[in-house]
Ligand binder design. Structure first.
Ligand SMILES: C[S@@+](CC[C@H](N)C(=O)[O-])C[C@H]1O[C@@H](n2cnc3c(N)ncnc32)[C@H](O)[C@@H]1O
Length: 235
């Protein structure tokens, strides 16, 4: 039976199905009789055949609308402590990337996405990653429940802060992803008005370095800005 494997070389990796021969820039990758843990030669290069992790699968998922990348999703986890058995409402579901990341941490996620096309992309991505998420094809204003964390990545998030407050248990968190500083300001004011505590804003920049040959320094090109994150806690 065909199995999905990640073949990882020194510079590049490929997510592929077993049972076939593939053309790569290094030469032919023959995956007809490979086993997990084996090393194979592709042209002159050596690749290890690995079982992909959920994160490996997520990084190969389809992008419909712009996604929250794992580095920002991880910052949400590091600030709120979201993990096993946390109940989360995520909106808008978009491509499902944040929902999938939170589900990977053990959270039980319900995701509200109003656009049917994006709702379907998110569903397919979750299935591809093998995680269970309850996707609801409705506007966030229709969300129900009492949860530990509400995550918002949608237009005009300041309009939904009061609703987020009403969905949270005491001690629960809201995390809002904002592309622009103007949105951050409006969200901050809405958080104060709704009665949130411990309001915090952050930008999570990661700089990748190159090392060696007397040329160790940050890489010339890296992602300069993704978004701002704003947090508040209901106490
Ligand atoms: C940038 S995307 C979210 C991406 C998502 N966080 C991810 O990681 O894949 C924003 C989404 O919010 C949805 N959206 C906007 N307003 C909404 C609302 N009021 N209720 C539900 N979804 C909404 C849009 O259709 C869009 O798919």
């Amino acid at each position: 039976m065909e199995e999905r494997v990640l073949i990882v070389g020194k510079e590049k990796s490929y997510l592929l199905g077993t049972g076939k021969v593939y053309d790569t820039k290094y030469g032919k990758a023959d995956l007809r009789k490979v086993k997990i843990g084996q090393r194979i030669k592709v042209g002159k290069a050596v690749f290890s055949v690995l079982k992909p992790s959920t994160l490996d699968l997520l990084l190969h998922c389809k992008r419909g609308p712009q996604v929250i990348l794992p580095k920002d999703a991880a910052a949400i986890v590091s600030i709120t402590g979201a993990g096993t058995d946390w109940k989360v409402i995520d909106s808008g579901g978009g491509s499902g990337w944040l929902s999938i990341f939170l589900s990977m941490q053990g959270c039980s996620v319900t995701s509200y996405e109003r656009d049917k096309g994006f709702f379907e992309i998110a569903n397919k991505n979750a299935e591809f990653c093998g995680v269970k998420i309850k996707f609801v094809n409705k506007d966030f204003s229709k969300a129900k429940g009492k949860v530990d964390l509400v995550t918002l990545d949608l237009e005009n998030p300041d309009r939904f802060i009061k609703k987020a407050f009403s969905l949270l248990k005491t001690g629960g968190w809201v995390a809002v992803y904002c592309l622009h500083a103007e949105t951050l300001g409006k969200v901050w004011a809405a958080l104060e008005k709704a009665g949130f505590s411990g309001i915090k804003g952050l930008e999570n920049i990661q700089k990748e370095w190159q090392y060696g040959y007397g040329k160790s320094r940050p890489k010339t090109w890296s992602m300069a800005h993704t978004g701002f994150l704003v947090f508040g806690r209901k106490v």
